[in-house]
Design a protein around this ligand. Sequence first.
Ligand code: NI
Length: 219
Amino acid sequence: MTAAERQTINQISRKIKHDSTNESSGHDWWHIYRVWQTAIKIAKEEKADLFITELAALLHDVADWKFHNGDESIGPTTAKRILVSYAVSSDSIERIVDIITNLSFKGALVPNTITSLEGKVVQDADRLDAIGAIGIARTFAYGGFAGHALHIPGQKPVMHQSKKDYFLSQGSSINHFYEKLLLLKDRMNTNAGKRLARARHRFLEKYLQQFYNEWDGRC
Ligand code: NI
C-alpha cells in the first residue's frame, strides 16, 4: 500500500469515528473498529488487497439499513460520497461500494451475494463481531434498543424468509442466537474466518448452557 493510500485510510477512519460516536445500538464506532482490525488480520492471512478491505470495513455500516426504514441504498450512496470526497480512484470506489451493497445479513434464508475476496474478508470480520463474547453483548444491547425480551421460554426461533421478516421480528434476544448467531460459523467464507468462528461458536454454546441453568435455578 502506498503512503497516500495509508493516509486516506487514516483520514476516513477519523471521519467515521467522529460521525458514529453517538450510535448506541451496537453499530457504533467500536463495532467498526473491531471489524476493521479483524478484517486486517484475515486479509493478511488470505492475501486480500488491504486498501480495498480496510476502506470497505470502515464504511460497511455507514448508514445501516435497519435504521433507515429498510432503504438499502443509503449506505452505498453515503459511502460513495465519502470516497469521492477523499479522491479515491473510481475503480477502487466501484469495488468498495459493491462490497458494501452486498454485505448485510438480512435473514437466514436470504442468499449471500458477495463475490470478491475483499468482500468475503469484510463479511467474515463483520460476522465474527456478531458471535463470541462481543456478539452476546451486542445481541442484548440491540434487544434492549428494539424492546425485545431477554428470553421467552417456549417461544420458537423463526427462520426469516425475507429481509422484511427479519427486520420486523419481535423474538427474544435468546431466540436471536438460533436465528442468526449460531448459524454464522457455517457461513464463513475464508479459512481464517472459519478458524476464528469455531472458537467463538464454542463460547456461544457454553454461554447458552449457563444461561438456561441459571434461568431454571440449576446453578
Ligand atoms: Ni457491521
